[in-house]
Design a protein around this ligand. Structure first.
Ligand code: ISE
Length: 346
């Protein structure tokens, strides 16, 4: 395609994230347009398509991926469906933005990397949107410019108001939620994670029966730095995601300003007033700008046949760390992370 053609985008999976991306591609991304959707829940896909002009509905992901009317694909389906769908995207040479996790374990992620390498083209970007959040991006820029000196520690907070599905078990918290901070750690340090420990404090009574929530993860980076992360997916208040980097000569925190307006209010029930502001209800709100920047960067790169965001390797490395994390969650012990050799991977 030439750079003047607009990228015809198909979206696989139109749940919360897929429908959010559909709105984005249809209205806010330049050089791209929404042309197709698919979802196992066909009425849901039809309802979404009916809101836009010229969007076709496919019975299944394979049909959408193989369609000549689709140039590029966003995979917003569950992680367990990704391997097969990614292999189809590679086979058809379609640039793909794949929501995290890349796949559910290291071996399947490696199969995807190998297929992409064999195709001779860079096709896959993984949906680690925090890298595109203006504050996280500025934090990374400050670190790279040496403003804090050497990076020593990172402390992350990752809270969701609640997860309605009882299927969102303890392991899923690691693979689907903690995976973001796995990527943040690799991104900020520019190193791999060597060892992971996932602790289970006494759980909140508001989690589903038997679910370890909250969790506290500790990563040891290859250069010796340490990253701590609290993940708490039933915190009740809202979506709170922050990251504090501690360097030799200072600290920087991203995510404190997510509340929007600072307000003071009279308290009608008592004599003292309130100060504060709203907490974002969910990730589509908190990271709305980051998703816009992420999808724009993906579409721009796809139109020129490149990938500039997180790659399949980033997806593989984070999946491998999460598999070790699940092992640690079960044993309570630190678990070493073993990655394939990136250079000799064939
Ligand atoms: C969800 O899939 C996300 O990606 C959100 O960013 C994360 O906060 C949430 O816990 C995940 O379930």
């Amino acid at each position: 395609m030439t750079t003047s053609d607009s990228l015809r985008v198909g979206i696989v999976g139109v749940g919360m994230m897929g429908s959010d991306h559909a709105r984005r591609v249809a209205s806010r991304i330049s050089g791209a347009r929404l042309v197709a959707v698919s979802d196992p829940d066909r009425p849901r896909a039809e309802e979404l398509a009916s809101g836009y002009d010229g969007v076709s509905v496919h019975d299944d992901a394979t049909g959408l991926i193989g369609s000549d009317a689709v140039d590029a694909v966003i995979l917003a389906s569950p992680g367990s469906a990704h391997e097969e769908q990614l292999l189809a995207c590679i086979e058809h040479g379609k640039p793909t933005l794949c929501e995290k996790p890349l796949t559910m374990d290291g071996d399947s992620s490696l199969r995807v990397i190998r297929a992409e390498r064999e195709s001779g083209r860079s096709l896959i970007q993984v949906g680690f949107m925090r890298r595109f959040d203006p504050e996280y991006a500025e934090l990374k820029r400050l670190l790279a410019a040496g403003a804090l000196g050497r990076l020593l520690l990172v402390h992350n907070t990752h809270r969701n108001k609640a997860v309605p599905s009882p299927e969102f078990r303890s392991e899923i918290i690691v693979r689907d939620s903690l995976v973001h901070e796995v990527d943040v750690a690799r991104f900020l340090f520019g190193e791999e994670i060597e060892e992971i420990t996932v602790l289970r404090p006494a759980p909140t009574s508001l989690a589903h029966e038997g679910v370890a929530d909250p969790q506290v993860a500790i990563f040891r980076m290859s250069g010796g730095g340490i990253v701590t992360t609290e993940v708490f997916v039933n915190c009740q208040t809202g979506y709170e995601v922050r990251c504090e980097a501690v360097g030799e000569r200072g600290t920087v925190t991203a995510g404190l300003s997510q509340t929007g307006l600072y307000t003071t209010r009279a308290n009608l029930d008592g004599d003292a007033g309130w100060w504060g502001g709203p907490v974002a209800p969910d990730f589509t709100v908190r990271f709305g700008r980051a998703y816009d920047l992420e999808v724009q960067a993906w579409a721009d790169a796809a139109r020129t046949g490149t990938v500039t965001g997180p790659t399949a390797w980033d997806g593989y490395a984070s999946t491998a760390v999460c598999s070790a994390g699940v092992e640690s969650l079960q044993s309570g012990q630190p678990v070493k992370v073993t990655l394939a050799d990136r250079e000799v991977l064939s």
